[in-house]
Write a new protein. Structure first.
Length: 499
């Protein structure tokens, strides 16, 4: 599903007191800063405002390519030339463009919740090495943007390395350098996406993992059958296969002609960074999301607007959005790197992508919806949530409770909350590490036998996968673990997707 591919300052930008105070700290001091806040409190807007207004030599990086594209920056891997796997000191290279790093005043890291501990330490090591300055981050000001209540770092298959080097800690605040460095935390509190007090209250309870059964019951009053969903609603689901099934089946149901549009791709643009499909398949009657803001000052549509295709030709697409018909042409996205120009760091266009700004929009994964806003959403947790912050991210994409629909009842086990984040946000000086006990010559973490919210422990998972690989039948696994057949199938699917 398409993501927002750029952030533009709104014409009616509201410069709140906390917004201006945050900008002052970022722009007029050299303090390291962590900018956080609930979903929809303007973090991305503040980042763009700083990028446009500051005179500092600044670079913007992000863990994911599409996030970097949106923020007009680079991926962390591209900027620092890190490998894709767990990053150690041996992986930190001497950069060919060391002068660029040496000129750097400020490094902005977007969606910091997804930056892992090893990567944050590697950023520190690289900046020290390539600036030849043995200070934290080589003396560069670090500004983190993100909400730790949202999606965490993805470390599939490398859990043992985090256990060995970081006592299981995978977040940026688990890194060695974060614990040695002062960061000023600034929390944005004014909500721009949601205005309803009841909805905001429910979202905040879910965000903190403290929603009561009574409050959950109130939210589940929005449960609805799929066939009764209103028009222009987008379904959010945890897994790709569910989303693909919905989008493809709905497209195939249409009896209209298929049109295929090929994008024009120039320069350095990876498949994972494409804002929409390279080969875009559309039919009259298809529900789509517009993937870029209207360039007209009236903003007839915005990124995230949902519409239905009314007319297609090789050169024109007409879409009905909120009862009005618009002809929407091709859009251009540009990818940036950084270069030295005199004493300044400037952005350089290194790639472009030209395509009609649409993607099928009957459904989108929760992961890919992060950062988006929709008028109407439907949450489908038929297989359950499986990650910290996942349910919160999904529900906070909507604007109102009345236009937020539930397709599968939300249970307490779907409100997954990582206590390491709780400890950090409550300013506890130490993050609890797994205590160790020695049995023979082996060392085991005490947390291995602790159950997570879904009732599984690390030991259970290891045993389950080992038996599954030995082709033990699922009904036998059900008896061994005293779980239903459905629970066994769901856990195997979850663990295989993690790897």
């Amino acid at each position: 599903m398409s993501l927002e591919t750029n952030t533009e300052l709104p014409k009616d930008l509201k410069l709140t007191k906390e917004f201006l105070e945050a900008f002052k700290v970022m722009n007029e001091t050299s303090k390291n800063v962590f900018i956080t806040g609930n979903a929809g409190t303007g973090k991305s807007t503040l980042l763009e405002y700083f990028r446009e207004k500051t005179k500092k030599n600044t670079a913007i990086v992000a863990r994911q390519g599409i996030t970097a594209l949106k923020a007009k920056g680079q991926t962390i891997h591209s900027f620092f030339k890190f490998p894709i796997h767990f990053v150690t000191k041996k992986d930190v290279k001497t950069l060919r463009d060391r002068e660029l790093v040496q000129r750097l005043d400020t490094l902005i890291i977007e969606e910091a919740s997804m930056v892992s501990s090893d990567m944050f330490d590697a950023i520190d090591t690289s900046l020290r090495k390539n600036r030849s300055i043995d200070k934290p981050f080589g003396g560069v000001q670090i500004i983190l943007f993100g909400d730790l209540m949202q999606l965490p770092p993805i470390v599939g298959g490398e859990e043992e390395l985090y256990e060995k080097f970081y006592q299981g800690g995978r977040y940026f605040f688990d890194s060695f350098i974060y614990k040695k460095t002062e960061f000023e935390k600034i929390e944005l509190t004014e909500a721009f996406r949601q205005k309803e007090k009841k909805f905001l209250n429910l979202l905040n309870k879910i965000r903190k993992g403290k929603i009561s059964n009574l409050e959950l019951k109130s939210l589940n009053s929005q449960v609805i059958e799929y066939e009764n969903l209103p028009k222009d609603v987008i379904v959010l689901a945890p897994r790709n296969n569910k989303v693909d099934d919905i989008n493809l089946s709905k497209l195939y149901e249409l009896k209209t002609k298929t049109f295929i549009y090929s994008a024009i791709v120039k320069g350095s643009f990876k498949d994972s960074e494409f804002p929409v499909e390279r080969e875009l398949k559309l039919k009259v009657g298809a529900q789509v999301m517009v993937a870029k803001n209207d360039t007209d000052p009236t903003k007839r549509w915005v990124n995230g607007s949902i519409g239905v295709i009314q007319h297609l030709s090789q050169d024109e697409v007409k879409v009905l959005i909120k009862g009005k018909l618009y002809s929407i042409g091709k859009a251009k996205w540009e990818k940036f790197n950084y270069q030295i120009n005199g004493s300044f760091i400037q952005q350089k266009v290194v790639g472009s992508f030209i395509q009609f700004p649409f993607k099928l929009a009957w459904a989108v994964t929760i992961h890919k919806s992060q950062g988006q806003t929709f008028d109407k959403i439907a949450l489908d947790l038929d297989t359950g949530a499986f990650a910290h912050g996942q349910t919160y991210v999904a529900l906070s994409r909507g604007k109102t409770l009345g236009n937020t629909f539930i397709l599968s009842k939300i249970n307490q086990k779907d409100i997954i909350f990582d206590n390491r984040v709780k400890d950090f946000l409550e300013n506890k000086k130490t993050i609890k590490s797994p205590s160790k006990k020695v049995i023979g010559k082996k060392t085991y973490g005490a947390l291995d036998d602790q159950k997570d919210e879904s009732g599984w422990s690390i030991s259970d998972d290891r045993k389950l996968i080992a038996l599954f690989k030995r082709k033990v039948p699922e009904h036998a696994l059900s008896k061994i673990f005293k779980k239903s057949l459905k629970e066994i199938k769901e856990r195997i699917t979850y663990l295989r997707n993690k790897d």
